[in-house]
Design a protein around this ligand. Sequence first.
Ligand code: PMP
Length: 335
Amino acid sequence: MDYVNSVLDLIGNTPLVRLDKSLDDLGDSPLVLAKIEYLNPGGSVKDRIATRMIEAAEASGELQPGGTIVEPTSGNTGVGLAMVAQQKGYKCVFVCPDKVSEDKRNVLKAYGAEVVVCPTAVAPEHPDSYYNVSDRLASQPGAWKPDQYSNPNNPRSHYETTGPEIWKQTDGRITHFVAGVGTGGTISGIGRFLKEQNPDVKVIGADPAGSVYSGGTGRPYLVEGVGEDFWPDCYDRDVADRIIEVADRDSFAYTRRLAREEALLVGGSSGMAAYAAKQLAHELAGTPEGENAVIVVLLPDSGRGYLTKVFNDEWLASYGFPVGESGPEQTVGEV
Ligand code: PMP
């Protein structure tokens, strides 16, 4: 018989898929390979950090049997934490602002987590604010706050799993690694591991225009999960050789191309990272460095969570972005 005892055993070991048509006549080199993180059981790369952060807190005693995990998140990290917590018998409370969609809250509740919704329209110092409520809950006895922005086990999970997987899957032939930057955990952990194996590996961050990593001040951008208006502790400022800034319109257009041309239904931050990888591939094509180049780009999550945004023509058009091609839809009237 071939089975695992828990979905937690299915985290990691995601495949690399070669990008092809969406690279626009790139030719045979460089080779561009996408690491498909939506194949993790919680649907994103964040399953990896959730496992590692929880295991480390168990080992240090910060998280005790019957304890409660409190984190102000409604995104992929929440799903990962909810999944791991449920399997290990911990309670989970997520604090999120009321602008977070009901669908996202329902995913967390489906795993058995509790969701506390805070009003957006109050000042940060108000007792009901997102910040105050999560701090208050996290200071209760038995509560533990992972804090993905400063928890060293976030980058460490990538240093210990994702990085070695990529090195092995490419037989050590990877020359460039591209990833979007949010907390910085992915790029810092994988980048450090790869550079330790081969100092010539180039690490490239992809960042939404306006975010601090590409020199902005945090000006609003629409792609979710990446870009910051502050410098998180998890981001190793020495790891990236280069940051490629990507405009929202390019991120979204390329996200849609990945679905239509590569059959990869991924989120907007994946489109952003893959767009940067494509730009890099075209810069290298025809140069001696490009000859044997192997570019690996990490695609963090699935497009399922963005069907009403990136994959919705009206939503895109409302921001003035081109809708590009998507399959036709017919409404059938009277039968
Ligand atoms: N894409 C998505 C959809 C994410 O949720 C995140 C995590 N915030 C990232 C990319 C960036 O990963 P990291 O936090 O490791 O930098």
